[in-house]
Design a protein around this ligand. Sequence first.
Ligand code: THU
Length: 136
Amino acid sequence: MDWEFLVNKALEARDNAYVPYSNFRVGAAVLTVDEKIFTGCNVENSSYGATICAERTAIVKAVSAGESELIAIAIASDSSSLTFPCGICRQVISEFANEDTKFICSNKNGEYKIYNMDELLPHAFSKDDLGYNSLG
Ligand code: THU
């Protein structure tokens, strides 16, 4: 996969962000093992805690379409710095990631750096901790 393609999908998804409170637009695009792409944006709410991040929007779309194994996730915002997923999103991504899943953290110009799960969420709490080693 051409990572620039996935980054551009995240940048496109950012355009649909609903951000009347923070005005901070985020877009995400996930690539699944079946080579499907699902995109998402952040969707804010007047009850601030009900806000959904772009990464979780994209993942929930993928999983609800039957695609729960992630090859990569690209994240982008309007910032000239790279955008990284928040802590809650790192935990949610880890549920569907493996040691090879790539995090393509991008800036508004489409420049990016690639990280892996262990770099962004070392010692993650997982289904293994619950004794559910064989959960699908
Ligand atoms: N946001 C995301 O969509 N993803 C992240 O990983 C960081 C934060 C959103 C949530 C909120 O709408 C806005 O950015 C400011 O926190």
